[in-house]
Design a protein around this ligand. Structure first.
Ligand code: NAI
Length: 295
């Protein structure tokens, strides 16, 4: 496999294009917004500079990798020779169903259609195509160039050959693949989100403060980041949306999002991306201070 298309050039799309290009694949990076494509190329360049400074990439390898990426705003043009498409557009069911209908119509017949969705059913996405056996979840972690895991999700109809190809490909990217089945939240978010929700409930009920909850989990469980800070990094709106998927998908009240999380999202306190969540983030500073609201 040589020719890959990545749909969506946001946080995840630029990382996915980065790792494929660095591994020698020819990548078409597609987004509806040209400005996002320009931003993505600048981000990839900056992230590769960091690798060069660390000595994990040479300047020459960086230049070759950057040349492997072509940017496109036209989806049909961006996928016409693709052997694999990895969709990493905005997490919205209707948007993804629409994109997959187009991918199915315009991508070459043998092309594998993968999605980086964190929570939408692979089986549901596959069902709008005429090739459900070639649709699969390829769930990278953020930041993609750094995180080793790729959670590979078999839809109900995904065939073994396709899973094997994606496993092999993930290894070629220097990643460690883990194959799971398509149930709400897959494995990563099914386990992570209830933990984050429980941390928020503990704060809401006054069991402990923000720093205490995060410190217990960091020092006691050897987590590199506490659950409340991790929620800020993921985005509180994203956490809420995934909990709703778990709640709807299983119909089990244990997944009901904590009212504090719902309130924070309604108030626009989304974590790092809005500058405030459980912590306050100042641009240019690496330090996070607990939000005054929780002191
Ligand atoms: P983002 O909001 O940073 O980027 C989404 C990009 O998709 C934007 O550049 C937008 O212009 C583009 N887009 C929207 N509609 C499009 C279309 N029709 N065609 C082409 N491009 C389109 O989102 P992010 O965070 O990169 O998430 C992308 C996917 O990755 C989502 O499915 C999300 O659930 C998943 N994901 C996100 C993680 C994260 O930590 N941010 C982690 C793992 C998965």
């Amino acid at each position: 496999m040589k020719q890959i298309s990545v749909i969506g050039a946001g946080t995840m799309g630029n990382g996915i294009a980065h790792v494929f290009a660095q591994a020698g694949f020819s990548v078409n990076l597609v987004d509806v917004h040209y400005s996002q494509l320009e931003k993505a190329i600048a981000t990839i360049g900056k992230n590769m500079d960091r690798q060069v400074a660390k000595g994990t990439l040479t300047e020459e390898q960086k230049q070759t990798a950057l040349k492997n990426i072509t940017i496109k705003t036209d989806l049909i043009e961006g996928i016409q020779n693709a052997e694999l498409v990895v969709e990493a557009a905005t997490e919205n069911v209707n948007l993804k169903l629409d994109i997959f209908q187009q991918l199915d119509k315009y991508a070459p017949q043998g092309c594998i259609l993968a999605t980086n969705t964190s929570s939408i059913s692979i089986t549901k996405i596959a069902a709008v195509t005429n090739r459900p056996q070639r649709v699969i979840g390829m769930h990278f972690m953020n930041p993609v160039p750094v995180m080793k895991l790729v959670e590979i999700i078999n839809g109900y109809a995904t065939i073994k050959e396709v899973t094997a190809t994606i496993v092999e490909l993930s290894k070629q990217l220097g990643k460690i693949p883990c194959v799971v089945n398509d149930y709400p939240g897959f494995i990563a978010n099914r386990i992570l989100m209830p933990m984050i929700n429980e941390a928020i409930y503990s704060l809401y009920e006054g069991v402990a403060g923000v720093e205490e909850i995060d410190t217990v989990m960091k020092l006691g469980m050897a987590h590199p980041m506490g659950p409340l800070q991790l929620a800020d990094f993921i985005g509180l709106d994203v956490c809420l949306a995934i909990l709703r998927v778990l709640q709807d998908g299983f119909g089990n009240p244990k997944y009901a999002p904590c009212p504090l999380l719902v309130n924070m999202v309604t108030a626009g306190k989304l974590g790092v991306k809005s500058g405030e969540g459980f912590y306050v983030y100042t641009a240019g500073s690496k330090e996070a201070k607990v939000s005054e609201r929780f002191l």
